[in-house]
Design a protein around this ligand. Structure first.
Ligand code: NAI
Ligand code: MG
Length: 492
């Protein structure tokens, strides 16, 4: 049985002689099989990783954009070659469909290539001033501490690592305790490409390794994706040490259907995809579906019918469309919300129960669940992170917009309409970082991704992300020493 260690300074990190190494188990989310043991790291490993990242920093900072670009492209090629193996590890570890985890690697590979290109044009600016020049140059921030969740590990790693390395920082990254395996495999791949200490991965629990990383005085920037609750903790830690923090947190995104849509079936498929992709375990999920009164009956009937036909099954089976939640704990949370929805008086239109899947007895499989709800119900306000969709009926455009925005989050939104004016007026009014018109989830390389309100701070996945990982230094050059600037002529 494999034991995975932290990856520090380019190699697996062995604890000092005599130290007792404790581990935790990685298990197959569907079958419960034991996959590997993982070092349960804490402050000692974080110290070693930050030290390695600091040692690597001066040389890495000094590399040319061209060098970083070439290495990021090599990383993309290596990951692409290993994607089938890595996607299988993720599918087993977190219970998502193999078809989906393969897509994760396509998106991840595209991120490394995107930032390999983007860094080449990450220019500062300059201009002549009397007798000299002003230069504003971009500099890396230093050692960055990054903490990621379990839902789409390959994408999460890429969103964090690609821009940080491109901009010349070195990294200490903590994966999630539910999904560390592929990230530790990634660390081994990266170690063959980047100088030792540029990429360090330290697995462990949030309150141990995660907390040690966020408070480490050697870390110059923090980046986090996960729950709003932990995001707040990371924000406090950053404020304490006055280091910049970027946060990508939860969502409760509205998906809005106008009565002028041409093809109900196509929009139903989109709406289900928006709510159920990743088994609903996506911060971007479109979990509040606003359906106009005029088409409400036929639309919800088609929606409930299509949800009932979604095949729930083994993550590794080719015909599965929805698989299990990451853990029994996450499953219990989702089932509690389903119970809460019923108690709040929401009407169940589809699903609502756990399913047993033969051969996958340990997995928590929940049928695609659709509630007819009101926007002020807790199931419509709180992030459930499972296959649960709340449908909300609307008639008045302004009242619907107020409800769509009446939520603590603001990550994404979808709009379905044949009318350009509807689409643009609604897109402008929505409080969301990303708005999709007549589709959902379509993130192309370069589309800014991030939230407003409690969905976070900062934009990833785009050129601007390089600014989260660098700061501007201005250098003002005078050709020769001259009189101080703000003194009237003749007075010194
Ligand atoms: P979480 O926010 O607790 O975990 C995310 C990461 O933060 C993990 O790596 C964890 O080890 C780390 N962490 C936890 N406590 C920490 C601390 N005190 N200091 C430093 N790092 C810490 O999310 P969890 O418990 O897995 O999921 C709970 C809910 O959060 C989900 O049901 C979902 O609503 C939301 N969530 C949102 C995600 C997103 O993509 N925005 C991803 C995962 C969860
Ligand atoms: Mg697992």
């Amino acid at each position: 049985m494999n034991t995975y260690h932290a990856h520090i300074g380019g190699r697996p990190f062995a604890a000092e002689a005599g130290a007792i190494m404790t581990t935790f188990a990685a298990t197959n989310a569907a079958t419960g099989a034991h996959l590997a043991d993982i070092a349960r790291c804490g402050a000692a490993e974080i110290d070693a990783a930050v030290a390695a990242a600091r040692r690597a920093l001066p040389a890495w900072k000094a590399t040319t954009y061209e060098t970083r670009s070439a290495l990021l492209n090599r990383l993309a090629d290596a990951l692409e070659a290993q994607a089938p193996r890595l996607a299988r590890i993720d599918a087993q570890d977190i219970g998502r469909r193999l078809a989906e985890t393969l897509i994760d690697y396509q998106i991840a590979v595209a991120q490394y290539r995107y930032f390999a290109g983007a860094i080449l044009t990450h220019e500062g600016h300059g201009r002549p001033i009397p007798d000299g020049y002003l230069i504003a140059k971009r500099e890396p921030i230093g050692v960055v501490g990054q903490i990621i969740p379990w839902n789409v590990p390959a994408i999460m790693v890429a969103l964090k690592v690609a821009p940080a390395l491109a901009a010349g920082n070195t990294i200490v990254l903590k994966p999630d305790e539910n999904a560390s395996l592929s990230t530790l495999e990634f660390a081994a791949i990266a170690a063959r490409i980047f100088p030792p200490g540029v990429v360090n991965v330290v697995p462990g629990f949030g309150e141990e390794a995660g907390a040690a990383l966020t408070r480490h005085p050697g870390v110059a920037k923090l980046a986090f994706t996960g729950s709003a609750e932990v995001g707040r903790i990371i924000g406090h830690a950053g404020a304490e040490r006055l280091v910049p923090v970027s946060l990508e947190l939860g969502g409760k995104s509205p998906n809005i259907v106008f009565p002028d849509i041409e093809d109900i079936g196509a929009v139903v498929d989109n709406a289900l995809f928006a709510a159920m992709y990743c088994n609903g375990q996506s911060c971007l999920a479109g979990t509040r579906l606003f359906v106009h009164d005029d088409i409400y009956r036929p639309f919800t009937e088609a929606l409930a019918g299509a949800a009932a036909r979604i095949r729930v099954g083994d993550p590794l089976a080719a015909d599965t469309r929805l698989s299990c939640l990451v853990s029994e704990r996450q499953g219990a949370r989702v089932l509690d919300y389903i119970g809460l929805g019923k108690a709040e008086g929401a009407r169940l239109l589809a699903g609502g129960e756990r399913v047993r899947v033969p051969g996958c007895e340990a997995g928590c499989f929940v049928r695609p669940t659709i509630f007819e709800a009101r926007n002020d119900m807790r199931i419509a306000q709180e992030e459930i992170f499972g296959p649960v969709l709340s449908v909300i009926r609307w008639r008045d455009h302004d009242a619907m917009l107020r409800e769509a925005n009446d939520v603590r989050y603001g990550l994404a939104a979808g709009i379905y309409t044949a009318g350009l004016e509807n689409a643009m007026r609604t897109a402008d009014a929505l409080e969301a970082g990303s708005v999709w018109i007549n589709h959902y989830f379509n993130l192309n390389s370069g589309s800014p991704f991030g939230g407003v309100k409690e969905s976070g701070i900062g934009r990833e996945h785009c050129h601007e992300t390089l600014n989260l990982y660098s700061h501007v230094k201005s250098i003002t050059v005078q050709n020769r020493v001259s009189a101080p600037q703000f003194v009237p002529p003749g007075q010194v």
